[in-house]
Design a protein around this ligand. Structure first.
Ligand code: CP
Ligand code: NVA
Length: 307
């Protein structure tokens, strides 16, 4: 049966580990795997802007011997005139996989339900699972392991990165803490799913409104923009509510001495993170950005293997 990657818990803990191990291999031997030789085409569709996702998928698909077809919904029939299911029925006749950055998670589910080729979530309003594979790879490179580590996300609790950290972190056996203002909590059903997974992996989930409590002793500190794509109109009110959640040097002082800082980028310096932190010695953001390439190549190899 075709496997899709729409949310972080679409893979089991063992499968997540397999994909991360594969990422290490493809990173060490960049052109060693050619499952898309032909070239076979992968469609990469964008309803929202992107730099890293667009480039890392385009380069990664080419590295794997394939041909990336980058589609902007602004000038395609999807996103107005044609349903995700009908679009997928057409694409599957010509492409080997579909990667889609969109708004509603339900669109991705509809597309996956209607097609025989793997569908990959390249960011939705709810999740950013490809980014989490890159983040986990980066954390493992810097810390040597994932299970048992504590990761603190500080900022907008309703962010797609939070939901992905909850699910992917729990899957990896990590202790995931999220500090957020009352007005911007994570989706309760995702928190429940993460808790259920954590109970099987030795991880845990903790929610708080106190950023210092979340960061205390953490191995990894993470944040993301306060104004995700599609929420631009809420900027003033968000900045007001999220002000106390800026990741500062002082806040990083509460983390473990060897803690690392991650941010999926793009970043708003001076808002969710102080420039000294994101541009400081504990920041691993450039490794994290590069690892999008290796992690997604591994994901594609794995999905094509399981197709
Ligand atoms: N982190 C990330 O997904 O970046 P882009 O929006 O540039 O793809
Ligand atoms: N939470 C951000 C991530 C950008 C990569 C957004 O959805 O805009």
């Amino acid at each position: 049966m075709t496997r899709h990657f729409l949310r972080d818990d679409d893979v089991t803990p063992a499968e997540q580990l397999e994909i991360l191990d594969l990422a290490v291999q493809v990173k060490a031997d960049r052109w060693g795997r050619r499952p898309l030789e032909g070239p076979r085409t992968v469609a990469v569709i964008f309803d929202k802007s992107s730099t890293r996702t667009r480039v890392s998928f385009a380069v990664g698909i080419a590295d794997l011997g394939g041909s990336p077809l980058i589609i902007s919904t602004a000038n395609s029939q999807l996103g107005g005139k044609e349903t995700p299911a009908d679009t997928a029925r057409v694409l599957e006749r010509m492409v080997s996989a579909i990667v889609w950055r969109t708004y509603a998670q339900s669109g991705l589910e509809e597309m996956a339900a209607g097609t025989t080729v793997p569908v990959v979530n390249a960011l939705s309003d709810d999740f950013h699972p490809c980014q989490l594979l890159a983040d986990l790879l980066t954390i493992r490179e810097h810390k040597g392991r994932l299970a048992g580590l504590t990761v603190a996300f500080v900022g907008d609790g309703s962010d797609n990165m939070v939901h992905s950290y909850l699910l992917a972190g729990a899957t990896a056996g990590m202790h995931v803490r999220v500090a957020f203002p009352e007005a911007y909590p994570p989706v309760a059903a995702v928190v429940e799913d993460a808790r259920r997974i954590a109970a099987t992996t030795g991880g845990s989930i903790a929610l708080t409104h106190d950023p210092r409590e979340a960061v205390a002793g953490s191995d990894v500190v993470v944040t993301d923009t306060w104004v995700s794509m599609g929420r631009e109109d809420e900027k003033a009110v968000r900045v007001e509510a999220l002000g106390p959640y800026q990741v500062t040097e002082e806040m990083m002082g509460a983390a473990a001495a060897d803690a690392v800082f991650l941010h999926c980028l793009p970043a708003d310096r001076g808002f969710e993170v102080a420039p000294e932190v994101i541009d400081g010695p504990r920041s691993v953001i450039w490794d994290e950005a590069e690892n999008r390439l290796h992690a997604q190549k591994a994901l594609l190899v794995w999905l094509l293997d399981h197709a």
